[in-house]
Ligand binder design. Structure first.
Ligand SMILES: C[S@@+](CC[C@H](N)C(=O)[O-])C[C@H]1O[C@@H](n2cnc3c(N)ncnc32)[C@H](O)[C@@H]1O
Length: 312
């Protein structure tokens, strides 16, 4: 965790503009991490905007507490999942939010701490938990899943076309203890040019360990519930599985009827809850990618909550 800036926030200006951050507003940063976006939101909402920051990782809460300390009572930090944001707002008596941010994926601090087991560059245990109190580590998946289940997982959550070959090599090499051991085993059976051969396998394990896609679906619904009408939800995703979920959620929630196309009359009774603000995802500029290579796969989507039933 050596550097002075623990994590560079991605698409910061675009998030602040997209959330329409203003003085007096109430914002939820559901993935507060090192507090980079939170600092931007608090500065843009000065002098009296407030922010509730959530993270499941106690180290992230500790770091952001230190970095956000000077904002005093304008900030509340809670170690909790963004899935519970409505409950957190309720318990704290804060009411509904004017903006919610979900910046998915992992932080540089997590990636650069070998003991957390996220990196294939440095040796560490096969852990990969965002929440260190969660019970299942990557080692359990790697060393105990049947070969076909492991292959399915790597294919589905890593979008890795060589999943069967990788699963076979993993099973043959068990028990596997460290991140670099696993990366080496994958590298022996897969060749890649632009990315490390183990990138997609590591992604699949991390997504599974943290149930990231399930949490994301739940978090998107929770965010809509937590918002004031007119309030905005901004989501930054880092791979196509996440982005597809956000895109489909926004598409579905922006429609009044979601009956199958062959239905003659609407039977679903679904009412649109959001309006899509970004038809196409916002991508980082080449300047940002040069300054912060980790931003290269980022896609930002924004939606505004509608005033459903507000005209009655
Ligand atoms: C990309 S980092 C956020 C960085 C942050 N925006 C910043 O500028 O420093 C993502 C964070 O989300 C956290 N996280 C992952 N799943 C979570 C969940 N279900 N609820 C809350 N936080 C979560 C991770 O622990 C990590 O700290």
């Amino acid at each position: 965790m050596g550097s002075n800036v623990p994590h560079i926030p991605v698409l910061l200006a675009e998030v602040i503009t997209g959330l329409q951050v203003r003085p007096g507003g109430l914002y939820v940063d559901g993935t507060v991490g090192a507090g980079g976006h939170a600092i931007g939101i608090l500065e843009a909402s000065a002098p009296d905007g407030r922010l509730l920051g959530l993270d499941v990782d106690p180290q992230a809460i500790q770091i952001s507490r230190r970095r956000l300390d000077h904002f005093g009572e304008r900030v509340i930090l809670v170690r909790a999942s963004y899935v519970s944001m409505e409950t957190q707002l309720d318990v704290l008596g804060l009411g509904h939010a004017d903006g919610v941010l979900l910046d998915l994926g992992l932080s540089s601090m997590q990636l650069e701490t070998p003991e957390r087991g996220f990196s294939f560059q440095e040796t560490g245990p096969l852990d990969m938990r965002f929440d260190p109190d969660a019970t299942r580590k990557a080692a359990e998946l790697v060393n105990t899943l049947p070969e076909d289940e492991l292959a399915d997982l790597i294919y589905q959550y890593g979008e890795e076309p060589r999943s069967r070959r990788i699963a076979r090599a993993i099973v043959a090499a068990r028990p596997i203890r460290t991140t670099t051991e696993l990366a080496e085993i994958v590298s022996q059976v897969v060749r890649r040019h632009k990315i490390h051969p183990a990138t997609q396998t590591f992604q699949a394990l991390r997504v599974t360990v943290n149930e990231e896609l399930k949490r994301l679906r739940e978090g998107l619904s929770a965010a809509i519930e937590a918002l004031e009408p007119g309030g905005r939800l901004a989501v930054i995703s880092y791979h196509s599985l996440e982005d597809r979920i956000v895109k489909r959620f926004f598409a579905r929630e922006s429609q009044d009827c979601i009956c199958p196309p062959e239905a003659l009359i609407c039977e679903c009774g679904h009412q649109a809850t959001v309006e899509i603000v970004t038809r196409k995802p916002v991508r980082p500029s080449s300047r940002e990618v040069t300054r912060n290579p980790r931003s290269r796969s980022a896609r930002l989507r924004i939606a505004a909550k509608l005033d459903v039933g507000g005209e009655d």
